[in-house]
Design a binder for this molecule. Structure first.
Ligand code: AHM
Ligand code: MG
Length: 286
């Protein structure tokens, strides 16, 4: 597992270089979910595929940008699900974007099969966060010697100050609007860029708050994909001492996605905010 995390560092530098220097226009295709693809989505996908597929522990890779699983080492142990360029719609505005990885036991593409996860943030600095279950996530930041680990591991406090509410407000359910309004009434600050990687990273680095992407009247199952986006962050938030639940208050790490590209409502935060969410929605599981 640790050697896979090492491989992600090379991916970080290669994709960062592509974002900084390559064409931002649209490609001719659409991805597996029907989104228009940027040339950069395709390029980032190619970089991740070519580097990850060289690692002998990787049995297969599955990209958010592709329909099918690609088996690369039949004797390998893990399936790596990845979103090569999350938030690509905001890259033209030069906002931070990211790459997300979920490392699953081969044949177990479920919350319980997830063994480790990581994400890269392409911002003013290049950063990487990697975690296995039960150990505080390690935070790496770029410097003159490449990517180096910062001394402090990431840990969420009991309560934060930031609120990152996703989805189109017009379609929020009344209980969601009441919940978000109640946090602002308590003094929470809005921090939402439209990129889940920097938005969730900010809450982790500042040690508390909540990110939500709920089920809405137009998208009852939310927008974010379970295997590529939601479960990897669920592991990282739990490893940091926070919580990650679905709209019924169930732990996301117990989720069994119905298909490779299935989406799920998701709420990530420190324990106070997740407790407030459960009260507002009248859910107690988990
Ligand atoms: P993408 O994988 O197509 O880039 O979409 C995922 C992104 C997340 O990073 C972000 O949290 C969300 O979409 C923003 O969606 P919205 O604009 O509906 O708030
Ligand atoms: Mg994405």
């Amino acid at each position: 597992m640790l050697s896979i995390f090492e491989t992600l560092k090379s991916i970080a530098f290669a994709v960062d270089e592509a974002i900084k220097t390559e064409d931002l226009g649209y490609a001719s295709g659409r991805n597996a979910t029907g989104d228009d693809q940027l040339k950069l989505d395709v390029r980032a996908d190619g970089i991740v595929e070519s580097i990850l597929s060289q690692h002998p522990l990787v049995y297969s890779i599955i990209s958010e940008e592709k329909e099918e699983e690609l088996i690369v080492h039949p004797d390998g142990r893990y399936t790596v699900c990845y979103d090569p360029l999350d938030g690509s719609s905001i890259v033209e505005a030069d906002l931070s974007v990211g790459t997300i990885f979920g490392i699953y036991e081969k044949g177990k593409l479920t919350g319980s099969g997830l063994r480790g996860s990581a994400y890269i943030v392409y911002g003013p600095r290049l950063e990487l966060v990697a975690a296995v279950r039960g150990r505080a996530p390690r935070h790496y930041r770029s410097g003159s010697e490449g990517l180096f680990a910062v001394r402090r591991s990431l840990r969420l406090g009991e309560k934060g100050k930031l609120n990152a509410p996703g989805g189109t407000q017009k379609y929020w359910l009344p209980e969601h609007k009441a919940f978000v309004d109640s946090l602002f009434a308590e003094g929470y600050r809005l921090r939402y860029s439209g990129g889940m990687v920097p938005d969730l990273h900010q809450i982790l680095v500042k040690a508390g708050g909540i990110f939500s992407y709920p089920g809405t009247s137009d998208k009852p199952e939310g927008k974010l994909r379970a295997l590529f986006e939601v479960l990897p962050f669920a592991l990282i938030y739990e490893a940091a001492g926070g919580e990650a639940v679905d709209q019924r208050g169930r732990r996301l790490l117990e989720l069994v996605p119905s298909s490779l590209h299935a989406t799920t409502p998701c709420f990530f935060g420190s324990s106070y905010e997740i407790g407030r969410f459960k009260e507002a929605y009248g859910v107690n599981d988990g």
